[in-house]
Design a protein around this ligand. Structure first.
Ligand code: COA
Length: 263
């Protein structure tokens, strides 16, 4: 059955050549993701999975950013209340996709902007892109299965450093860590990712999906469980005084002061 992918809630879609592009489009906020945007992305991923016309999903960002992660204002005003909340539904949807997902990263990939890449099958990034896992700096904890997926991908030492310090890292470092497949000129990323998607779209989709399933067969349940355990912790951390201090600090353009919570 033909599906419709009506762009809305700052998520644009474009389907051609069996490739569904899902583009986060809120450049004035560096494509920070709201509850509505998560819901839309989850809806499109779910539709794509059952749409015979879609073979490959390509995720990108508009206006020179991939995404600055969870919208901190929206996160405060509409925090996830249970594990079926839109942010967790998105994590589950992208982690369970049977069809290939390709990411084209231009600019910032913060928080879920980086952790969603762990669920993408191929990732291409612009040479000036920046990656960041700021969970500790926000008084939060890892999400999207990253506490399980990062160590085997980038090495336990690197995973700890990236998560503890929450410092931005370059495309070059991301490539060295194995987080991305390739580095392109910024303006070429989407085009290159589309070329790769077109190549995949011409191959046997049964073989591609079987290959994806085989590559993930040992980890599917562990990833689901990790997302769920992290979700439980994240909901608690979001209600913590440390998170309140970190979020206030962001909007007040100052450094967070955790000292009073460490005594
Ligand atoms: N949530 C809410 N608003 C955000 C945002 C986010 N995650 N990221 C950016 N914005 C907003 C800024 O508040 C700013 O809004 P304003 O123009 O109304 O002041 C606008 O988007 C542009 O961002 P700005 O900070 O001016 O751009 P920058 O290039 O100097 O810095 C970031 C970009 C992403 C490094 C910085 O905005 C940032 O650290 N954002 C928070 C990232 C984050 O912690 N995400 C959550 C992960 S769980």
């Amino acid at each position: 059955m033909a599906q419709s992918y009506k762009s809305s809630d700052k998520i644009d879609t474009f389907l051609s050549d069996h490739i569904l592009r899902i583009i986060m489009n809120r450049p004035e906020k560096k494509n920070a993701l709201t509850v509505a945007m998560y819901s839309k992305m989850t809806e499109f991923l779910s539709q794509a999975e059952i749409d015979e016309n879609v073979r490959i999903i390509l995720i990108g960002g508009a206006g020179g950013s991939f995404t600055s992660g969870n919208d901190l204002k929206d996160f405060l005003e509409n925090p996830p209340r249970d594990k079926s909340s839109p942010v967790f539904a998105f994590m589950n949807a992208i982690s369970q996709m049977e069809k290939p997902v390709i990411a084209a990263v231009e600019g910032l990939a913060v928080g879920i902007g980086t952790t969603m890449l762990l669920h993408c099958d191929l990732v291409y990034a612009g040479k000036n892109s920046k990656f960041l896992l700021p969970f500790v700096n926000l008084g939060l904890c890892p999400e999207a299965g990253s506490s399980f997926l990062l160590p085997p991908l980038v090495g336990a030492r690197n995973a700890t450093e990236l998560l503890f310090l929450g410092e931005p890292f370059s495309a070059e470092r991301a490539k060295e860590l194995g987080l991305i497949n390739g580095i392109l000129e910024d303006s070429e990323v989407l085009k290159y990712a589309e070329q790769q998607a077109r190549k995949l779209a011409l191959k046997s989709q049964t073989s591609i999906r079987l290959t994806k399933a085989m590559l993930k067969r040992k980890y599917g349940q562990i990833i689901k469980d990790t997302i769920s355990e992290e979700a439980e912790l994240l909901m608690k951390r979001l209600a913590s005084p440390e998170a309140a201090e970190a979020f206030a600090a962001f909007f007040e353009h100052r450094q967070a002061d955790f000292e009073k919570f460490n005594k």
